[in-house]
Ligand binder design. Sequence first.
Ligand SMILES: [Zn+2]
Ligand SMILES: [Zn+2]
Length: 233
Amino acid sequence: MKLEILGTRGEIDESALKHRKHSGILVDDALLLDIGEKEYLSRNPSQIVITHLHPDHAFFIIDSAEITVPVYGPESYQGNQVIVQTISDELDLNPFLLHTFPTHHSKKVQSVALVVTRNSSKICYTGDMIWINKEYHSLLKDSDLIITDGSYIRKGGMVRKDKDTGRLYGHNGIPDLIHLFSGLTDLIIFVHFGSWFFKDIPASIQKLGELGKENGVEVLAGYDGMILDTKEL
Ligand SMILES: [Zn+2]
Ligand SMILES: [Zn+2]
């Protein structure tokens, strides 16, 4: 599978040349995972799957544009010019097979991680997250790569608890996510960068690499326009 990471900036004011756009990953020029920018429609995806209904992953929450291809997500949504259909655990998006499973992230919206397989290639994109329940970890095993949430460099990230429901919400820390995923893949790519990343970008990229080495896994910083081919990994 060929992946093009279209956007690597979180929901923040900071921006940089290679980290300017919100979430989006284009798979084999056809399947779009998250649509954080309206301009991604110009890539003519044949199908769109979103991890959750936050505007930096689903621009149409706060802006409008007609979307005529199927859009799938963890919960249904009907806007003026877009309808999001609920995904079940497994969806045949010929030639791709999509598996989804729940993540902990928001107190208001449902969120899922996406596992896309095509022939013998398998990739995972978690979207924003705190945690994935243990029962789902086996689904991630032997992924060619896992793309995940770079919001916070500090251990523990920023996790809060909703007083009424007890539900946890926010983003975990990068060290925690590396720890979680290092046994499940050989390559972790961070996207959705928070403010920490923009203070000194070369140092931030280096820091990610070092954290990977400490955990016996390759860790890279994604950037807008990054292209990866699972055959070449
Ligand atoms: Zn986000
Ligand atoms: Zn979010």
